[in-house]
Design a protein around this ligand. Structure first.
Ligand code: ZN
Length: 504
């Protein structure tokens, strides 16, 4: 359990389940109740580790490819799946699994071929599978036969009919799901020889209870909650999550909430926030629509929760970007309930929406401004802070350069005010969601999901609520200052705020 030590210093608030369940209930017509891999496939789908080829088909009899295996392993370990350039000539940045492949290469879990290729669409052999799983889960895997023995001894795989491991044979998607689910959760194995030999204290830092989940990420349901300070026994880890047992219930918790020393009994007292100056409050009575402007009730703010569905975005500290962005977006949407302006969401559940469709949606619903919500990530974990993007290229589809830039400044300002993270500035960025848009558009990178500092606030309900409110107020600032709309002033009183001052 060497992983435990490095995570002990993290101080995060307890994992708070998001308001809504992130997964859609899958129902594959080709994985019936009697299918040999039924339980394992649905287990992986529940955790967002794999998905069907469509909502109704999993194709369990199809051979698993190297790229599919890499994506599943990357998601299992909660690696940062943000697409990026890779070392391989045949895996471009646009490959859906480019982020996972490069991360697995960096961690020496997967490798390519001597000619510089990865051959993403080659089928995976049983021998390759044994080595991959061996490296990902830190089993003995110095050679194919050693890796195969590890899987056999642990009850994860067995030999084939001729008594060998069948290392050159290919694997079907259904069987790979079985091997992966067994590697993750010992409950699925044919032999139960994992021991819970070590003890640790649960420490949620704030006295709240810790969720014990059925799998190693927050998409998995909580089956028990463990009081802070309790001693639990742990076995192995899956990425940064640890398989533990407490009161005879087995499950997973994030390693950030386990420590070897008894936590102090004193609850952590949050220091009071410095009092905000109270300038003259804005009027609460309606102000007439300024001449030449459409009524506020005709203004639509399009809120874009980044990623979703099969595109999880980045992940870290037990959180997945698509869930964080949706959570903040939904909270932001609520603030428009009390004002005449409307909000529309590009997605309001865990669904995949293409980047171009997001921009097209803004036009379709006659949106006036577009705010995309994302979390940043960096592989080393040292980068942190908040930044906001807009797009400026004059040849762009989106002509609203000065509006977008002003909106970005107001959004960045309120984000910094809300969370106080490092100011990484307002930046020009060529992103499809901004470029392929017809209204003033910005993309807010709230903070780094890879940073324990940033997650100290982004990982809390209260932090996300603050951010949602900040993004709402930023849209008021934009209309008040950039669009010269005095009728926005009374809306500030719905959240006890005042205009920011002119920034553009
Ligand atoms: Zn993102």
């Amino acid at each position: 359990m060497k992983k435990l030590a490095v995570c002990l210093t993290l101080s995060l608030a307890a994992l708070v389940p998001f308001g809504q369940d992130s997964k859609a209930a899958a129902n594959f017509t080709d994985v019936g109740t009697t299918h040999r891999a039924q339980a394992e496939i649905y287990y992986l789908v529940e955790g967002g580790i794999t998905s069907g080829v469509s909502e109704t088909r999993f194709v369990p009899e199809q051979q698993v490819t190297r790229v599919q295996a890499a994506a599943m392993l990357g998601r299992t370990l909660n690696l940062n799946g943000e697409q990026r350039a890779t070392n391989f000539k045949d895996v471009g940045k646009n490959n859906f699994a480019s982020g996972y492949i490069q991360q697995l290469v960096d961690k020496k879990i997967i490798s390519g071929y001597p000619d510089g290729s990865f051959k993403p669409n080659n089928t995976l052999s049983r021998g390759e599978m044994a080595v991959l799983i061996g490296r990902a889960f830190e089993y003995k895997s110095s050679s194919v036969s050693v890796a195969a023995s590890s899987l056999i001894n642990k009850g994860i795989a067995s030999g084939i009919a001729d008594g060998s491991f069948g290392e050159t044979q290919t694997i079907k998607r259904g069987d790979f799901a079985v091997f992966l689910a067994r590697s993750i959760n010992a409950d699925f194995r044919t032999a139960d020889n994992e021991k819970f030999e070590h003890n640790a204290y649960v420490d949620t830092k704030d006295g709240s209870k810790l969720n014990l989940r059925t799998g190693p990420n927050t998409s998995y349901p909580s089956i028990a909650s463990i009081p802070s300070g309790k001693i639990v026994s742990y076995s192995y880890s899956v990425g940064e999550w640890v398989y533990i047992t407490s009161d005879n219930v087995k499950g997973f918790v994030h390693s950030a909430y386990l420590q070897s020393d008894k936590p102090s009994d004193k609850p952590v007292v949050t220091p009071p926030t410095s009092p905000t100056p109270t300038p003259t409050p804005p009027p609460t009575k309606p102000v007439p629509t300024p001449p030449g402007k459409k009524p506020l009730s005709d203004i639509t703010v399009v809120i874009d929760a980044g990623h979703g569905g099969s595109d999880p975005g980045s992940s870290g500290h037990g959180f997945i970007e698509k869930n964080v962005t949706l959570n903040v977006a939904k909270k932001m949407e609520k603030y428009y309930d009390k004002v005449p302006m409307k909000a529309k969401m590009t997605r309001s559940s865990d669904t995949y929406v293409s980047l171009n469709a997001r921009g097209a949606y803004a036009s379709k619903v006659k949106g006036d401004i577009f705010v995309s919500i994302h979390t940043n990530s960096h592989t080393t974990g040292s980068a942190n802070g908040t930044e906001t993007y807009y797009y400026t290229r004059s040849a762009a589809v989106n002509p609203n350069v000065s509006q977008s830039k002003a909106l970005a400044k107001y959004v960045q300002n309120r984000q910094l005010e809300a969370w106080g993270l490092t100011d990484r500035g307002v930046k020009v960025m060529n992103l499809a969601v901004l470029r392929q848009n017809t209204v003033p558009a910005v993309l807010a990178e709230l903070g780094f999901i890879s940073s324990s500092k940033d997650m100290g606030i982004m990982g809390t309900e209260a932090g996300r609520e603050k951010m949602a409110k900040a993004l709402f107020i930023a849209t008021l600032d934009y209309y008040y200052y950039y669009e010269n709309r005095t009728d926005v002033l009374p809306l500030y009183s719905t959240v006890n705020a005042t205009p920011s001052g002119k920034l553009h």
